[in-house]
Design a protein around this ligand. Structure first.
Ligand code: CAA
Length: 388
């Protein structure tokens, strides 16, 4: 019997604070339409001082664990480019907060915004070999750019958790995928920097190039023809980038670009901003929760891009009953129940606790979720489960 493998459960989390891009436009003296129409974004999700990729990731994973339990989870893959330690995986902190079994491997993966796709492919391979195993993937990032830079309106943060198993209740991942790697400097972050260095327009061109090359490789490997896909989900640094990608791919495939086949995937991202490793999977959740037509049995095309650069195009088949297995109401409520911050609060939130001398930084409670960073003391981060 062949093993089917894919995503059994999904969860996403976004913190309760955001900056409106209208506020940023006013302070920068830009036309708000440049952000709302030109790049296609509305809000930047912001972490409070006591939130980081560990707390966001654990929040995203908690409903998945509550729904599906921990049986068989023998691997936790944490995908991020904004990790909290150069050595220790953010996944070990999340593993403790979530009360996962100790007989579990745990590793952090990094390749800009691409790493969650590597995690997903590795997880599928593991489950194929060991069909009773389940793999928890957490993709979480905080996207911060320099103040006043062109990347500033594309900031954001968020986390997606996915449980990969041989019981793919939401989507089955198909084995064919197309990959493309090239050594370029379009977006990178040396170890001594908190914010990335970016050649923004070059990065957008390489994104389109990577899309064509990975699509071509996907086709060469026996992938589905363009016309079969019900929806396309793209890595979303900002939603206009995906619209451009969608048009570019259609031209490559000799087809008409039908924007209704990519817009449902952009709904959540417009409200959240870039969340790097989590962004493509936020797009997939958004497409599944915002496409009116029943997608059961239909293929979805997925394009992952991580600067530096790695691209991958692959496909997933939506499963019957997928809607019953998605917490869409929870996700919508999370997005609706947020608080807009002033520009001054936004500046204060950029000034994250950073006791490099090994002193103690006690962090004021602000997170609305269950997990928070309580303090940094003697260079160690202390997280708490508030039990909320
Ligand atoms: N009304 C409506 N539209 C307007 C406007 C107005 N008043 N003013 C400008 N626009 C339009 C422009 O015409 C342009 O549209 P087109 O691209 O269709 O021509 C769009 O708004 C953006 O304007 P600019 O190109 O002038 O914007 P910019 O140079 O200030 O910034 C950017 C764009 C370079 C992409 C910048 O957002 C950036 O550096 N972002 C970070 C890097 C990034 O996200 N790269 C994406 C690919 S790499 C990747 O995907 C990995 C990752 O996650 C980072």
């Amino acid at each position: 019997m062949t093993t089917r493998v894919g995503i059994e459960a999904f969860g996403f989390y976004v913190p309760h604070l955001y900056l409106s891009l209208d506020t940023l436009a006013e302070r920068q003296g830009s036309d708000p339409a440049k952000f709302s129409r030109g790049i296609g974004q509305e809000k930047i999700a912001l972490p409070a001082h006591d939130e980081d990729v560990v707390t966001l990731g654990a929040e995203a994973a908690r409903p998945v664990i509550e729904r599906c339990g921990t049986d068989g989870i023998d691997t936790l893959l944490f995908a991020t480019e904004s990790g909290v330690d150069q050595s220790k995986s953010a996944g070990i902190f999340a593993h403790a907060l979530l009360g996962l079994p100790a007989n579990c491997r745990n590793v952090e993966l990094k390749q800009a915004c691409y790493s969650a796709t590597a995690a997903l492919q590795l997880a599928c391979g593991h489950v194929m070999r060991k069909p009773r195993a389940r793999v928890l993937i957490i993709a979480a990032d905080v996207a911060r750019y320099d103040r006043g830079s062109s990347g500033e309106p594309t900031q954001g943060c968020g986390a997606v958790a996915m449980l990969v198993s041989a019981v793919p209740r939401i989507v089955e991942i198909e084995p064919v995928s197309g990959c493309y790697t090239e050594d370029i400097m379009d977006f990178w972050r040396p170890n001594y920097r908190r914010t990335p260095l970016v050649d923004g327009r070059f990065s957008a061109l390489r994104y389109l190039h990577g899309l064509v090359r990975s699509w071509t490789d996907y086709q060469a490997g026996g992938g589905r023809p363009y016309g079969e896909f019900a929806q396309f989900c793209y890595h979303l640094p900002f939603s206009r980038m995906a619209e451009k990608g969608h048009g570019h791919l259609a031209r490559q495939a000799g087809a008409e670009a039908d924007m209704t086949r990519c817009r449902p995937g952009m709904v959540y991202s417009r409200q959240v901003g870039n969340c790097y490793a989590a962004s493509l999977y936020l797009a997939l959740i958004s497409a599944l929760e915002n496409t009116r037509d029943d997608l059961a049995g239909r293929p979805v095309g997925l394009f992952s891009y991580g600067s530096g650069a790695v691209s991958e195009f692959f496909s997933a088949i939506v499963q019957p009953g997928y809607r019953d297995n998605l917490p869409a109401d929870r996700h919508r409520k999370l997005l609706r129940a947020r608080t807009e911050v002033t520009y001054e609060t936004y500046l204060d939130l950029r000034d994250i606790p950073d006791p490099q001398d090994g002193g103690t930084a006690l962090i004021r409670p602000a997170a609305r979720g269950r997990y928070r960073l309580e303090k940094i003391d003697d260079h160690k981060r202390h997280y708490v489960d508030t039990g909320r």
